[in-house]
Design a protein around this ligand. Structure first.
Ligand code: AMP
Length: 290
């Protein structure tokens, strides 16, 4: 039976008790609306630690549009059931006040700067989003304490911002996890539920575009502009309202796509299909499927 801790403070006490027993903790932070992508993180947290804990908290600070926060799907009972089936030891939930304290009333400009990985792409399209993410995650870690914490590479900029945050926090290890996809290549997301079958099929074009860039990379092309053209060639054939399709050097992050040839690269795509905003990314490398 899963333990439901109904405040982050209760979770803090629980985690302290676990550590006193010299057990390791695997932690997965979520906003609920769970899908197999989340469960893949849970499976890993369970496999690599003595106990596992998840949180469900829809963080108001990371929504740059009030309407998106309002529309965010919430079904706590069903999420907790899924976590129980997945074999999680404990889950914690709670109010914005309990999770965020006074920070819940701050504007994103008043929060700590989330750093270089917030520049460009999602940072440019969702102003204030990453400052809100950084704030809540630093608070989540203050409750859970030393642990291994699992984050999806689907949200690549997010995982890098959190990795940099964790470098300042003793005992917290960040484990980036690969993106779980549907058969069509579409990245699993809570938002996919809002797509029709046809929309889901059309959304497969995002993965095809990233694969086209990867095929060119495998053939030895390293010029960002050419790799980007390969993606745009595919995306322009589909029914996607494109926001961006760009490359970055994942190690030497810049707000804009670099012009000179890259030693390592990642592609990033965001666009709308049937009014649903989808994002995805992939490392370019020989034999890459992720
Ligand atoms: P969210 O509930 O959207 O905040 O996501 C919670 C965690 O699940 C984050 O670390 C996400 O990056 C991760 N996640 C979301 N979708 C996927 C996916 N398709 N594959 C792997 N991890 C994912």
């Amino acid at each position: 039976m899963i333990q439901h801790l109904t405040s982050p403070q209760a979770a803090q006490r629980w985690c302290k008790k676990i550590r006193k027993q010299h057990k390791t903790i695997g932690y997965v932070a979520t906003m609920g609306a769970l899908h197999p992508g989340h469960i893949s993180l849970i499976d890993r947290a369970r496999a690599e630690n003595d106990v596992s804990i998840a949180s469900i908290f829809v963080n108001p600070l990371q929504f740059n549009k009030a309407k998106d926060l309002e529309k965010y799907p919430r079904d706590e009972a069903s999420d907790i059931k899924q976590l129980e089936i997945a074999g999680v030891t404990a889950v914690f939930t709670g109010t914005p006040e309990a999770f965020l304290g006074e920070a819940r009333n701050k504007t994103t400009q008043e929060l700590t700067d989330p750093g270089i990985y917030a520049k460009g792409l999602e940072g440019a399209h969702r102003p204030g989003h990453f400052a809100g993410v950084r704030e809540v995650v630093s608070r989540l870690f203050s409750f859970v304490g030393p642990c291994r914490s699992y984050f999806g590479e689907k949200d690549y900029q997010q995982v890098q911002i959190i990795r940099q945050l964790a470098e300042t926090l003793p005992g917290i290890e960040i484990i980036p996890c690969p993106t779980l996809r549907e058969c069509s290549g579409l990245a699993r997301s809570s938002r996919n539920l809002r797509l029709s079958e046809q929309g889901k099929h059309q959304a497969g074009i995002i993965f095809s575009a990233m694969q086209a860039a990867n095929a060119l990379w495998e053939s030895g092309v390293r010029t960002p502009r050419l790799l980007q053209s390969a993606m745009l060639g595919v995306l322009n054939e589909g029914k996607i309202e494109l926001e961006y399709a760009e490359l970055r050097d994942p190690i030497n992050w810049t707000g804009k796509q670099p012009e000179s040839d890259l030693k390592q690269a990642r592609v990033f795509v965001a666009g709308n299909i049937e009014g649903v905003r989808l994002i995805d990314n992939m490392a370019l490398s020989a034999g890459n499927q992720a």
